[in-house]
Design a protein around this ligand. Structure first.
Ligand code: GDP
Ligand code: IMO
Ligand code: MG
Length: 489
């Protein structure tokens, strides 16, 4: 298939290349020889070769697989956006595969200007990178345009640089209203959603009365389909107001959106698979995290999509065998927004201290995040599910100044028995007693350290103990929010 057969001009441009190519470390025909299982680097090996790694950070980033991913390994807000922004110049495409504007990914440009992204992939600040919003994501079109307008008014060109899947589901204002009504109904057991309409939109998708981006190309039937959705909500919720004039207004509004969205719409399944054939590099950006996964998270206190590895294939339409390195992003401690179990949570002054030091307030909702110690039981579970090839330990700088740091290493059940794995049953989880390991802290500010060997000994010990406990090497260490505040280990 030649480059010119790619239907979309932006896709063709990406396939034609932006000067980025597979590194020589990735031989031609690599795709055909992808190992069935990702190579697992034991922690001991990683520690022994730390010095070599530090020297070859560039090579290591270049050697990331043709299709790589950055996924959250806790309850979200680990700092996924920052790593994606840092790695994006080495990739042709950055793609979101699930979730919607419930995500809030904070990134900074070279001048230190802050951007909070929700649906637009975090590769957008790099001119040569094509951004793709895949079929597994849910799109609130007015919110999407609001985000684009915000980026454009800050000098970030979006035109021709973002593709939205024609198969992605449309998230309407009505889904957001229903999200609020559902939460109100739950009273004391509310989930604490972002109220962005995520659950109701994925419900429409699964119920099979949802509308997709491609429906915007059939405005003659759009109103009838939307009517079904409105009626569904009105019949379910007393507080849901609906009238024919509302439908008419919404259809008129969407006619205008349809026109504006048209240049962004593409068959992204085709685009991505063609790009893979053309040896282009794709970085998948996860939203949320495995502990919020609809299947693997602390159900029902989860989101409604699959933020773990499986969501990459279903959310982009690419085959499992093309997916290579997956980097798990993990905060040096833990945070969670919304309700649900959080075994290592800290309350009172201790929790406040972490929240303040880490500026733990939601990017999407501004809500204070609950904070606690790193939970290795949950992290190991995430590593099992996703098969991470490496970890990005973020916000290590936030732990500076603590006399000691605790790490949750195992759970005991109420009867004192040690649990073998992260429990699926919430009743069990809510009653676990966490066993902690206490590690020494460090007092100096590490936010300007850029080389692993210059970190205080106690900080290196903390990193290496995590590697040992989890069995996955830490290749990236965040010591501040800025692009450059990253140590390659
Ligand atoms: P995401 O949703 O996983 O992309 O993470 P968020 O952007 O919601 O939250 C992470 C927050 O921590 C943002 O405010 C980032 O700017 C900030 N951040 C990311 N990495 C680091 C780090 O290593 N140190 C510090 N101090 N802040 C960081
Ligand atoms: P990023 O991508 C942190 C949480 C909500 C709530 C639960 C369900 O920035 O890491 P939803 O609106 O999805 O139905 O809410 O999931 N949640 C997040 N928490 N970071 C996120 O995204 C989140 N997206 C959803 O707080 O507990
Ligand atoms: Mg976030």
């Amino acid at each position: 298939m030649s480059l010119s057969t790619l239907s979309h001009p932006a896709a063709a441009a990406a396939a034609a290349g932006s000067g980025k190519s597979l590194s020589p470390a990735v031989p031609a025909g690599y795709l055909l020889r992808l190992p069935k299982t990702r190579p697992h680097v034991p922690a001991a090996v990683s520690a022994a070769t730390a010095a070599v790694h530090a020297d070859s950070a560039e090579d290591r980033v270049s050697a990331l697989s043709q299709v790589s991913g950055v996924l959250g390994s806790q309850w979200g807000d680990e700092g996924k956006g920052k790593l994606v922004d840092v790695l994006a110049p080495r990739f042709d495409i950055v793609a979101r595969c699930q979730g919607g504007a419930n995500a809030g990914h904070t990134i900074y440009n070279a001048e230190g200007k802050k951007f909070a992204l929700h649906l637009v992939p975090s590769g957008i600040l790099h001119e040569g990178t094509l951004c793709v919003v895949g079929n597994g994501a849910v799109i609130h079109v007015p919110g999407f345009f609001g985000e684009i307008d915000g980026l454009e008014s800050n000098g970030v060109r979006c035109d021709g640089r973002i593709l939205v899947s024609d198969r992605a589901h449309l998230l309407f204002d009505l889904h957001q209203v229903v999200d609020g009504l559902r939460e109100a109904e739950l009273e004391n057991s509310f989930i604490g959603t972002t109220k962005r309409g995520i659950g109701p939109c994925y419900s429409s998708k699964v119920t099979r009365n949802g509308l997709r981006v491609c429906d915007l190309r059939h405005m003659d039937t759009f109103g009838d389909k939307l009517d079904v959705l409105f009626k569904d909500a009105a019949s379910r919720f007393q507080g849901f107001e609906y009238s024919k004039s509302m439908l008419k207004e919404e259809v008129e509004r969407y006619k205008r959106f349809a026109e504006r969205l048209e240049p962004f719409i593409a068959d992204t399944v085709h685009v991505l698979n063609e790009s893979i054939q053309q040896k282009k590099k794709i970085l998948v950006e996860g939203g949320q995290a495995t502990m919020l996964d609809i299947d693997f998270g602390t159900y029902p206190f989860v989101t409604s999509s699959s933020p773990s590895a499986g969501g990459i294939c279903t959310g982009l339409g690419i085959a499992p065998r093309v997916v290579g390195d997956l980097i798990g992003v993990v905060k040096a401690y833990t945070s969670r927004v919304g309700s649900g179990p959080f075994p290592t949570e800290l309350f009172g002054e201790e929790g406040d201290r972490l929240r303040k030091a880490g500026m733990e307030f939601g990017t999407t909702t501004g809500r204070p995040r609950r904070c606690g110690w790193l939970d290795v039981v949950a992290l190991k579970y995430c590593c099992q599910i996703n098969g991470f090839s490496s970890l990005n330990l973020t916000k290590l700088d936030v732990l500076s100044g603590m006399s000691e740091i605790k790490v949750g290493v195992s759970y005991n059940q109420a009867d004192g028995q040690k649990l073998q794995s992260f429990p699926g049953d919430l009743d069990t989880l809510e009653q676990v007693q966490v066993n902690y390991e206490v590690l020494p802290g460090w007092q100096s500010d590490i936010s300007s350290v850029r080389s692993y060997n210059e970190l205080p000994q106690a900080a290196r010990h903390y990193v290496e103990r995590i590697e040992e406990l989890v069995g996955v090497p830490v290749h990236y260490i965040g010591v501040g929010p800025g692009r450059d505040a990253l140590i390659y280990k």
